[in-house]
Design a protein around this ligand. Sequence first.
Ligand SMILES: NC(=O)c1ccc[n+]([C@@H]2O[C@H](COP(=O)([O-])OP(=O)(O)OC[C@H]3O[C@@H](n4cnc5c(N)ncnc54)[C@H](O)[C@@H]3O)[C@@H](O)[C@H]2O)c1
Length: 486
Amino acid sequence: MRNDANGQSRRDFLAGAGFAAMSMMAGGCASGFKLGGNGSMSGFRAPRLERVRVGVVGVGSRGTYALKRLAFIPGVDVAAFCDINEEAMKRCRDFLAEKKLRPAREFLGPEAYKGLCQWDGVDVVYACVPWKLHAPVAIEAMRGGKHAFVEVPAAMDVDSCWELVKTSEATRRHCMMLENCCYGENEMLALNMCRLGVLGETVYGEAGYLHSGKTRGFKLSEFRAEWYQEHRGNYYPTHGLGPVAQYMNINRGDRFDYLCSMETKSVGDLIREGDPRWNGENLETFKKYKIGTYNSSLIRTVNGKVILLNLSCSAPHPYSRINTIQGTHGIFMDYPLRIDIEDTPGSGPHEVHRGRNNENYDSKRTAMYREKYMHPLWKQIGELAKKAGGHGGMDFLMDLRWVYCLQNGLPLDMDVYDLASWSCLCEITEKSQARGGEPTKIPDFTDGAWKTMQPLGIVTIDVSKMDFSNVGKAGPQQTIGHSKEG
Ligand SMILES: NC(=O)c1ccc[n+]([C@@H]2O[C@H](COP(=O)([O-])OP(=O)(O)OC[C@H]3O[C@@H](n4cnc5c(N)ncnc54)[C@H](O)[C@@H]3O)[C@@H](O)[C@H]2O)c1
């Protein structure tokens, strides 16, 4: 067993508060759900659910879109929803009534999610609450015998990541982070190319979340503004990193070892009158922010691969998750999409000699690869997903896929170890940058099982028995780069 540089190993966690909470759970819970053993959740299959009854906790911006989307996913019943805001509750109630769907049970109030998590009328808790509530809601859900699906990042600190892992293992409930970007069309294209070995061995990746809208045009929700005032580091690592981690088989043959993170001065320190980010009203808000304008981290894996991970939500930049993967036989670069493969030994990449201007890249060749290697899930359901919407269809595909897995007793594409190793970077990047970019260990949440865990395959869905006649009825969904986050 190894210690991470934050001084915490799995043994430390078991000896501390996390384990105390787990011991309390061992007696079972109010709904009568009995806790199981403590085995790994890798490849875990839960008993099949014919219909999946979902309770949405937090029906603000993201949660309302999710509730509307889920209401028209074949095999799903929106059975409950919860918020502290009566207006948000009414919006969801009215939506279900207007669409002539069965009314859902309502839970109102700051602690009401606990009642929802214990209620036998739901199988799944889908959490779209402010960041600090993600882990408490997911833990409560699993203790109540429910599968927990939680928005990004699933937890903001290393201890909470451990607690999610241990709770999932003890309760034998799925705990999945809703990392929709793993289902993006280009991300799945890259994943498919990696699975087919087209790029050779992956050696280097670039990931990020660059979204200048966050502190410019939008009024920030309180929990985001609060975080920016209290923290530094990469607080939103998973959108770019999740897909790249899948390309590289992180937790399935390799794992993150350590990272070095650096951050620029804070937004508040950099902003001046006349700055395009200053709209005349938000100067005082900016001045309070501790968060840097740009965070850049380098992650090294145990097998010697490297990932560059960037975050900036306050400098002008076209929306980008970077989404680049370098292999020994070729490269996949996104934003804009460029694919280059050394298809015959010694032929050399086709684009290198064409210079630095992106306009010169061979778009026909990229289009040919895109067509040839499109992920089967996108080939199958891509048009439908685009019609359903949600960040270009990836939200719909993500939900459709986990619902399908639950209905068929299949392992989920992303497990609690992915959730923990991607989310824990919020704290680890913050610590590393505070110590001048010091290499900082990333815990092995799998406790060594990464060596034998199987890579995610090329997943599909049997759509032959699915009724998609209601797709599109949910109404408008979020678009890429036009929401506060996402
Ligand atoms: N994956 C994506 O593409 C994507 C996109 C947008 C947001 N998100 C994530 O979704 C989450 C929510 O973001 P948002 O933009 O919808 O924020 P929001 O502020 O609009 O919504 C949060 C909701 O949670 C409710 N809430 C607060 N405390 C609660 C409690 N104790 N019990 C129940 N409800 C409570 C609030 O009243 C609000 O309605 C965040 O984690 C964010 O990172 C993800």
